[in-house]
Design a protein. Sequence first.
Length: 174
Amino acid sequence: MRQPDEESFRRFAVEHAARLRRSAYLCCGDWHLAEDLMQATMIKIYRAWSRVQKDDSLVNYSRTVLLRTWLDEKRRPWRRSEQSSAAVPEQVDEAPGPADSPDRLWARELVHKGLLRLPPRQRAVLVLRYFDDLSVAETAEVMGCSEGTVKSQTARGLDALRASVSRLVGRVAS
């Protein structure tokens, strides 16, 4: 890659990597997998940089690549058979940050758990619409579907998220 292209890619990566990682986390629910997905997305963008950097919708292109990378990861058979453990073998710093009140942490965790229970496309639509603040048209472009599909997946996803959060709150209250 030519030096100016290398520098422009580096600027893009520094500016957008954290946002892509957060979107990946909201989709997959695992910070380590989110990091892997973000890195795989950046590698794919790097390989196509000479073709895509001239495009005005580079941010949408990166979201599309991330979304497709995540969906491909979900389809891998070895991923389905992987067992996760509730106990993490690491020491975690339990001290909350100044903006982390117990109510905010509880609500954030509750919404995230509810989000992880949604089907992948509904989850992706909600992440793109409400966490990445994309319009219906932009979400349709990123997902490669019609605006009507985005609207219906959003409505179904919000209904399913409400039901999931209600069930989770019912468990906590019991």
